[in-house]
Design a protein around this ligand. Sequence first.
Ligand SMILES: *Cc1c(COP(=O)(O)O)cnc(C)c1O
Length: 407
Amino acid sequence: MNVKLPIYMDYQSTTPMDPRVLEAMLPYFTEVYGHPASRNHSFGWAAESAVDKAREQVAGLIGADPKEIVFTSGGTEAINLALKGAVEMYAEKGHHVVMSVIDSRPVKDVLHRLAREKGLEVTEVPVDKEGRVAVADVQAAMRPDTMLVSVMMANNEIGTVQDMAAIGKAVKAAGALFFSDVSEAAGKVHVDVEAMGLDLAALSAHKMHGPKGVGALYVRRKKPRVRLAAQIDGGGHERGMRSGTANVPGIVGMGVACDLCKGEMATEAGRVAALRDRLMNGILAGCDEVHVNGSATHRLPGNLNLSFAYIEGESMLLGMKDVALSSGSACTTATLEPSYVIRALGVSEDLAHSSIRFSIGRFTTEAEVDYVIGKTVEAVVRLREMSPLYELAKEGVDLSTVQWSSH
Ligand SMILES: *Cc1c(COP(=O)(O)O)cnc(C)c1O
């Protein structure tokens, strides 16, 4: 098979930058180098107009007004600004926040810190076995003093996409702010801040073929006008919400990345979902006892998360070195805890340990998919040949009745 190795199937960790994005960025490193806040000369005006154009492009992807976009150093900073900024600004409104149990790592980390240090009360809403949040559960978790609800639109591990419009409606009815980490959703599935009732939403450029180190926060300006306490003080850039000289080339790149996604999303989603299904069907046809984690229908086109029973995810990755995959979440691979996302689906600890995320996208080819199917099946067969558990199970022994000696 004619494929170039290694093969990249870790698009939900980061994506390769689109060459068209790079091309648009280049002049802003060398020729158009003005400070966008320099109001006194043409160098500044040129930079400012490039940033303004990018603001329109980012807003255009999510149905926002350009004035509602605040540029940051990435998705993580946008999440920090949204949550810390809102909790500080709306302290008199309440000390209670609701989040989904599978919300993104930065969201959980920020809210847990605010709970430890500022006495914020945090309620986690469960998910069903597909990773979906039920509107009724969000409603049940909200209290009169709930100031904000956070539901990640598309999960980075299992790709589950939430019913944002229905959840947003319930949050609005209760009078709380609605925040979402849409970094994995934007550019892959339709994000509409109006239809979804979002007040705050965090985006990251490098998840949609833009550069690393740039992101954006959507901050609603009308009904209601959301205000945030700045978390970085300085020259008062980004309407006082995020001081610091704008990363002009990065912002230009993010704008173009959003524009390309907007134009190509419909066709790209179809092509990528077909490749993902080919990958899934190929692997399922080649080996037994493989479980699909997440939802069959409410799922990002490029995500496939599988648990290979009787095999450690880490061993799979070691056995397939020419394919870039992820076991657990990219953000948690430093620890060997089973993924909290997979565990929240009610999957056993063993199956959680055996989960692998395949994430594909714009530049994935059919030949790459076929190569990875072959390599995966090969690795599974080889590792199971060495697995006494798999052998016992195949002999019909019910493993739950086996007495294990402790050692
Ligand atoms: C990548 C990612 C982030 C972090 O974005 P950075 O730009 O890398 O800081 C946050 N949330 C989700 C869901 C992500 O996938």
